[in-house]
Design a binder for this molecule. Sequence first.
Ligand code: CO
Length: 157
Amino acid sequence: MAIRNLRYVGDAILTKKSKEVKEVNNKIRALLDDMLETMHEKNGAGLAAPQVGILKRVVVIQVGEDSEVHEFINPVILESRGEQINPEGCLSVPGESGYVKRPEYVKVMALDRNGEEFILEGEGYLAITISHELDHLDGILYVDKKEPAPEGEEDGD
Ligand code: CO
């Protein structure tokens, strides 16, 4: 395992669409391991492969220290509903946060590290994180979707 270098806002790679993984092999499993290690090192809740310079549809998520680790290869949102507006940040946009509208619930289909298909449902913060990380795979950063702070709330910046 190794910590990979993060890419930051302004880096063109973060605006590109990632490619589907054709074969879930040891290289992909090593990427997942490195992404988890990098996410933990930086205290993030999620990380997408383009953030470490790899344009592949691979995402890791762990929304809390005691929460389950989720690994997604070629994730697709099957269903989403509801709406929530909360402040969020991104390891590629250090020291900032901003309000973004996200679904309250998402249902995702993806492959795991053994190439097996699975379905995961997420609500609340997990839904935010899934939506945020999957956006990275299409070259979208949260700052592209930022909204003004709701009435009576401080802007995150
Ligand atoms: Co991010």
